[in-house]
Write a protein that binds this ligand. Structure first.
Ligand code: MSP
Length: 645
């Protein structure tokens, strides 16, 4: 079995986990799950970085011993991942004796071969980065990440002969286009390497810092943070003698954000080269989650706690949002409104509806079993081909960490499938026995499309995908290579429609209908309130102003469900263009699954009213003819929210 090894950075324990840390770890978890779907033997590692000045200061601030402090925060990181459905295989702590022994072994080896030497250095040291910065890296004399002025420090220390490996590194990056991805970061590193590299300071005197790993060849010094932290990627594999090291190191890949590009793209490969090891295969670099245009970080105090989001939205929704919203490599802004919008629109409306409509129809029209498909029509074939093509695009994008693109491709098929329901109209086919074969084909096509969509969702939303697979009767069928083909669902097998996949979360109606500032009309026109302008002769007629006061808009129904205990009412979610709930008395004329995707005309400025406990914001217009009721519509597609006048 081919091996795959992926790591996240090991996080400093000077702060509790926030959404930035969660993002890298969700990314790594999703990719590891994806690689497992491809049948690989996967090792997923994360951990905590527990040495250095920063940690000592954080413990002092918290008034506890450093050991107590690191134990507590490291445990918080470990506990933060399961609620997000993140399941690492190994969790390395740099204070583990086994890790410290590996670091000391490497230091001794590199020292013995002459690549670590003793010297004096004067430079600009940023406490936040725990590294020396060059003048060129400063912005207005300050560290661009921590917005503080670095201190000029001069002291005797041990240095790693990094400059010796500069030419080799340039050559290696040039020959391996995917060594650092996305490309912008590769270019950034190559441009940095145009200047001569300085050697890397790797120690601190114990007079200044004792919370580190003692140098095996000089106990007056402890090792400097990067020579300790980066080695976690090896110590977690029981380097040098462990079988895991032999198995996983040749396929190692790392996920980081751009803040630690230099240590990972320059220090780490040159350290590995000095040790006589092959470098990692690929370094995947992402951008920052920002809050109000600035990087989310503990020092700026603008962090979001992943646990709070999970409590409100659920793990799968948060994972989906993080992977869909950020273009890997670029920065993205976080807001709860954006998360809420994606939850309600992409998950509840698009995916949730497709799933529940399809399964309800299989239950009602095919006795809850997979129907035997007949000859596919062009329309059926088109959806099947689009679903299969999507699988190819999904794999291509995930192989390159382009999660947003992979998910856009999946959602494109979800949207097609929703439209396919509207155009094939299974609720009409069921009325005509002549059309039975066609109905079976439509339902089969929908179920197969859903099965392929489910496959793609396992890495992204594991809990939701498991629920979907269970309902489709394909739990455990997760191999992308074996199952990513058309026609695996066996006719006659049971389908078990389950509960709703995603609850709709309450979103404020931002665009509340504003009362018109038209002084001639105080009340909206209604049958019972004749217009003040209506003359006795023209009784029953309304003025143009009165008509103007009625706000008629085109709205798309994006969700529909029955209201418990009412056989007349349906709860509709419409986009007009803002999302709102409308309760409509149409349950005896329309099934919920035939409504989604239709555009209707609504009265948008009707006073909200509660019907069977559900607040209704507007009214859907329909024509009545005896017992028949037919919904209003426009004769061609128009933008949601367009005024009807
Ligand atoms: N301990 C070092 C890493 C050593 S790895 C051998 C460190 N720790 S850290 O706690 O500061 O974590 C930095 C990492 O956290 C980033 O590279 C990224 O993975 C994640 N993020 C922290 N803030 C982030 C954002 N605002 N946005 C995206 N990712 C962020 O550096």
């Amino acid at each position: 079995m081919t091996a795959y090894y992926l790591t996240t950075p090991i996080f400093y324990v000077n702060a509790q986990p926030h959404l930035g840390h969660a993002y890298s770890t969700v990314v790594a978890d999703a990719v590891c799950r994806y690689q497992r779907l491809l049948g690989k033997d996967v090792r997923f590692q994360t951990g905590t970085d527990e040495h250095g000045d920063k940690i000592v200061h954080a413990a002092e601030d918290a008034e506890v011993s450093v050991k107590e402090y690191v134990d507590k925060i490291s445990a918080m990181f470990k506990a933060a991942w399961p609620p997000l459905a993140i399941v690492p295989d190994t969790f390395v702590r740099t204070t583990d004796p086994a890790h410290m022994a590996v670091v000391q072994g490497i230091l001794q080896q590199v020292y013995d071969q002459g690549d670590i030497y003793f010297s004096e250095y004067t430079g600009l040291y940023c406490k936040g980065c725990e590294q020396f910065l060059t003048e060129k890296e400063l912005v207005d004399g300050k560290c661009p990440d921590h917005l503080t002025e670095p201190a000029k420090i001069s002291e005797q220390n041990y240095f790693f002969r990094m400059s010796k490996y500069q030419e080799w590194l340039i050559d290696h990056i040039s020959k391996h286009p995917e060594f650092i991805t996305p490309e912008r970061y590769r270019n950034e590193v190559l441009s940095f390497l145009k200047e001569p590299l300085e050697d890397l300071c790797i120690s601190r005197p114990t007079t200044r810092l004792t919370w580190g790993i003692p140098l095996p060849f000089d106990s007056r010094f402890v090792t400097y943070v990067w020579f300790d932290a980066l080695i976690n990627y090896l110590s977690g594999l029981d380097y040098p003698a462990g079988e895991d090291f032999a198995r996983y190191w040749p396929v190692a890949e790392h996920v980081i954000a751009k803040d630690i590009l230099k240590p990972h793209a320059i220090y780490w490969p040159t350290m590995l080269k000095a040790m006589g090891l092959e470098p990692y295969q690929r370094l995947h670099v992402h951008g920052y989650w920002n809050m109000n245009e600035t990087k989310m970080s503990k020092s700026l105090g603008n962090v979001v706690r992943p646990g709070e989001l999970v409590a409100e939205f659920g793990a799968d929704s948060v994972r989906y949002f993080l992977l869909r919203e950020m273009s890997f490599g670029l920065d993205a802004g976080f807001s709860k409104e954006a998360l809420m919008a994606r939850h309600n629109s992409d998950l509840t409306n698009d995916l949730g509806n497709l799933f529940s409509r399809s399964l309800t129809m299989v239950k009602n029209f095919a006795a809850s079993v997979v129907p035997q498909p007949g000859m596919p029509s062009a329309q059926d074939q088109e959806l099947a081909e689009a679903a299969l093509a999507m699988l190819g695009q999904y794999r291509e994008h995930l192989d390159h960490f382009a999660f947003h693109r992979a998910l856009a491709a999946v959602w494109e098929v979800i949207s097609r499938a929703n439209k396919y329901i509207v155009s094939t109209q299974p609720w009409e086919l069921v009325k005509d026995p002549q059309q039975a074969a066609q109905l079976s084909t439509v339902l089969y096509t929908l179920l197969e499309t859903l099965r392929l969509i489910t496959l793609t969702l396992h890495p992204i939303m594991p809990e939701t995908a498991a629920k979907m697979a269970e309902a489709l009767g394909v739990a455990g069928e997760t191999s992308l290579t074996d199952c990513g083909v058309w026609g695996r669902l066996v006719p006659g097998r049971a389908i078990t429609p389950g509960a709703q996949l995603f609850p709709r979360l309450q979103q404020e109606v931002k665009d509340k209908p504003q009362p018109q500032k038209n002084k001639t009309m105080k009340e909206p026109a209604s049958e019972k309130t004749p217009s003040p302008e209506a003359t006795p002769e023209a009784e029953g007629l309304i003025s143009f102003d009165a008509f103007q006061n009625l706000e008629l808009r085109v709205a798309e129904i994006v969700a529909a469900e029955k209201i418990a205990k009412s056989d007349r009412l349906l709860k509709l979610t419409v986009k007009a263009p803002e999302e709102r709930t409308i309760v409509a008395g149409i349950a005896q004329h329309y099934q919920p699954e035939e409504l989604v995707g239709r555009q209707v005309i609504i009265v948008a400025n009707l006073k909200p009213a509660k019907l069977m406990g559900v607040a209704s914001h507007g009214m859907v217009l329909a024509a009545k003819e005896g017992d028949r009721l037919v919904l209003s519509a426009v004769s061609g597609p128009v933008a949601n929210g367009s005024r009807v006048a």
